[in-house]
Design a binder for this molecule. Structure first.
Ligand code: ZN
Length: 247
């Protein structure tokens, strides 16, 4: 430690001050205190290589941490191949990064239905639910995602390409497209804007994949789960939705 003090103070400060003391090659330094002042270039060269390497390593690590922790950083895939041709422009393509928990990348080889869900978290936005799916890639806390999220204002996000499976509808993941809808309160009833977007999206999917309204399902119809709650507690509202979709 003491031997290091003199050269550190006399040479140009940049690289060395970033170094933890134990990484400075102190024992290799000649003990004469007058040398550093007379021959700074040589000494500087010997010190700056490991110093720069260490500083760069620290910098890279810090930048990586900042990027990983920054919620406003753009997602690795802000857009991409939606997996189907002719996707309407009102669908925002926001593909999740491929990961085992929310976008496994397994092919969806056939589409025999559309399954409707509610997010079950009153007042949350499409953006927040999208962020939840995205974070699963790093938290790994569960397996969940939906192809689509519809927000309280009717915005439509595509999270998973339509030629890949999503983790939303249990035993029907392998042959259906899933839509999760946001809702303002615990009744699970959708806003008018959400309902209209659900209708538009469902009609487009029926046309694109040649489906009829008999192939529109509630999550409840697959597993018996109370999802989407309002359409389970109000079967007549679900029947109305099927009629609207068939128009
Ligand atoms: Zn559901």
């Amino acid at each position: 430690m003491e031997q290091n003090q003199t050269p550190v103070q006399e040479r140009p400060p940049e690289g060395v001050r970033l170094l933890p003391p134990e990484e400075t090659p102190g024992p290799e330094l000649p003990p004469k205190p007058s040398r550093p002042a007379k021959r700074p270039p040589r000494r500087g060269t010997r010190l700056s290589l490991p110093a720069l390497a260490a500083a760069l390593a620290v910098l890279v690590a810090v930048l990586a941490l900042i990027k990983a922790a920054d919620p406003f950083a753009p997602a690795p895939e802000e857009s991409g191949d939606p997996g189907v041709a002719g996707i309407p422009e009102w669908i925002e393509i926001r593909l999740l990064p491929e990961n085992p928990y929310s976008r496994p990348g397994d092919p969806l080889e056939q589409v025999n239905g559309v399954v409707v869900h509610y997010v079950g978290n009153p007042g949350t936005s499409a953006e927040q639910n999208h962020g939840y799916f995205e974070n699963l890639a790093s938290t790994g806390e569960t397996y969940a995602s939906s192809h689509f999220l519809i927000g309280l204002n009717g915005e439509v996000l595509l999270n998973v390409p339509l030629d890949e499976i999503a983790y939303c509808s249990n035993q029907r993941n392998a042959d259906t497209i899933s839509i999760e809808c946001c809702h303002p309160d615990a009744t699970g009833e959708f806003t008018a804007a959400t309902y209209q977007s659900l209708l538009s999206l469902t009609r487009w999917l029926m046309e694109t994949y040649g489906l009829d309204s008999g192939q529109l399902l509630r999550h409840f119809d697959v597993t018996g789960k109370e999802c989407p709650r309002y359409f389970v507690q109000h079967p007549e509202a679900w029947e109305q939705f099927l009629a609207d979709a068939a128009e």
